[in-house]
Design a protein around this ligand. Structure first.
Ligand code: ZN
Ligand code: ZN
Length: 156
């Protein structure tokens, strides 16, 4: 005789509210519950995953669509954070190069995405390329000095 699961209707886990028992059971015989997400979508969640312990990896607190969206948001946040660090590093590196490189270079955008943001084609991070050139970079193109050296043989 399968155990009758404890009634969990009305319990709240993050964005989910348990609304009714599902006929589905896990291989261990635990119940699945239909939950209503605050966005209006329903999701079937096994009782093992309905846990107040958010450190538990399996715990489910939103519908699949919301979970997907928050993963994406997390990703953008991460990129933003890394980009902030990149720009801060470039600012610092460039401040040490004042007087050592053309002034125009220090007016260029700080990074690839900074250049894109400003609608510019070149940026200067104040770092050397793999061949050791200290030179501005072209977005998607790499070091300008390398690029000009590669072009030379064609013209000579
Ligand atoms: Zn949702
Ligand atoms: Zn180079």
């Amino acid at each position: 005789m399968p155990r009758k699961p404890k009634n969990r209707v009305g319990e709240i886990y993050g964005k989910l509210t348990v609304i009714r028992l599902s006929s589905r059971r896990t291989t261990a015989g635990n119940a699945y519950w239909w939950c209503l997400c605050s966005c209006g979508k329903e999701r079937e969640v096994s009782s093992d995953s309905l846990s107040k312990n958010s450190r538990k990896k399996k715990s489910v607190t939103q519908c699949k669509k919301c979970a997907q969206e928050s993963t994406l948001k997390g990703l953008y946040k991460k990129i933003d954070h890394q980009e902030k660090i990149r720009r801060a590093t470039a600012t610092k590196t460039r401040s040490l190069l004042e007087g050592k490189v053309p002034k125009d270079w220090l007016k260029l955008p700080l990074t690839d995405s900074h250049a894109r943001e400003l609608g510019k084609k070149h940026f200067f991070r104040g770092i050397k390329c793999l061949k050791g050139h200290l030179s501005p970079y072209r977005i998607n193109g790499g070091c300008l000095e390398c690029a000009s050296q590669q072009q030379k043989p064609k013209h000579s």
